[in-house]
Design a protein around this ligand. Structure first.
Ligand code: PGA
Length: 252
C-alpha cells in the first residue's frame, strides 16, 4: 500500500516567540514546493501553538506534544486535547519516551489520552520503543508489542492514528539502529496492527521512525519497508534542517 510520508517535528521544551521565524521560513519553503512530496507537521510547546498556527498559515500542520485525558477540570498545569484542538492543533504526540520515563506516563495513561485525543478530533502519534538494555537482552520486540497492545485504544482508523518507533537509546544521542533492526521492528508493528485492527486499517496506519534522524541518515531509514516517515527532535528546530530532511526523502 502507498502511504504518504510524514515528517513530524517535535520541538520538546524548546521555542519562544522569536522561534516563529523558523516557522515562517518553513512556511515559505513549503509554499515554494520544497516539501510537496511529504506531509509536514511541527509540534511546538503549548505556549506557541496558537501563534504557530497563525505563522504557518495553513502551509502545513501544527500539533501538540501531549495532552490530559480529561476535557477540562481541576488539573493545574495540564492542557486537554480539546484545548489543543481549539488552539488549532491537528495532531498530538502521545507516550513519548520522555513522558514515560521523566513524567511517569504508563501505557494505560497513554491509551486514555489517545482516546481523549480522538474525541477532540486530533490525529494521535503514539510512541513506543525499547531501552538499550531491553535491546541488548533481546527483548526489543516483546517490549514494543506489549507497549502497542496496552497503549493503543481499541477504536482507531488508518487516518486517525500513527505509531512512532523511537528506541529510547537513539533519542538525542546521534545513534540509530541498523536498517535491519528498524525494518524488523516496523514489520512486527505492522503485523500487530493488522492483527488488532484488521487488514485495511492496519495497512493504512503510518509508522514513523524517530531517534537521531538527520538529513544524512533519513534517506536510508525512510527507504525501509513499512517506514512511513520520521519523528524528528533536534533537527526540526531549524527550517534548513527539517527542509533538508524533506529533500532527502525525495530521493527515496
Ligand atoms: P531526536 O529526538 O531527533 O533529537 O533524537 C527524537 C524524538 O525525541 O522524537
Amino acid at each position: 500500500m502507498q502511504r504518504r510520508k510524514l515528517v513530524a517535528g517535535n520541538w520538546k521544551m524548546n521555542g519562544v516567540r522569536a522561534s516563529l521565524s523558523e516557522l515562517h521560513a518553513m512556511r515559505d519553503a513549503v509554499r515554494a514546493g520544497q516539501a510537496s512530496h511529504v506531509d509536514l507537521l511541527i509540534c511546538p510547546p503549548a505556549t506557541l501553538l496558537a501563534a504557530a498556527v497563525t505563522a504557518v498559515d495553513g502551509a502545513f500542520h501544527i500539533g501538540g506534544q501531549t495532552c490530559h485525558d480529561a476535557p477540562s477540570g481541576a488539573y493545574t498545569g495540564e492542557v486537554s486535547a480539546a484545548m489543543l484542538a481549539d488552539a488549532g492543533a491537528r495532531y498530538v504526540i502521545l507516550g513519548h519516551s520522555e513522558r514515560r520515563t521523566l513524567f511517569g506516563e504508563t501505557d494505560a495513561m497513554v491509551r486514555s489520552k489517545a482516546q481523549a485525543a480522538a474525541e477532540a478530533g486530533l490525529i494521535r502519534i503514539v510512541c513506543v520503543g525499547e531501552t538499550e538494555s531491553e535491546r541488548l537482552d533481546g527483548r526489543a520486540l516483546d517490549v514494543i508489542e506489549r507497549q502497542l497492545a496496552a497503549s493503543l485504544p481499541d477504536a482507531a482508523t488508518g487516518a486517525d492514528m500513527i505509531v512512532a518507533y523511537e528506541p529510547v537509546w537513539a533519542i538525542g544521542t546521534g545513534r540509530t539502529p541498523t536498517l535491519e533492526d528498524v525494518a524488523q521492528v516496523h514489520r512486527a508493528m505492522r503485523t500487530a496492527l493488522v492483527g488488532r485492527y484488521g487488514e485495511q486499517v492496519g495497512q493504512a496506519m503510518r509508522l514513523l521512525y524517530g531517534g537521531s534522524v538527520k538529513s544524512g541518515n533519513c534517506a536510508e531509514l525512510m527507504a525501509a519497508e513499512d517506514v512511513d516517515g520520521a519523528l524528528v527532535g533536534g533537527a526540526s528546530l531549524k527550517s534548513a534542517d527539517i527542509m533538508a530532511i524533506c529533500a532527502a526523502i525525495h530521493a527515496v
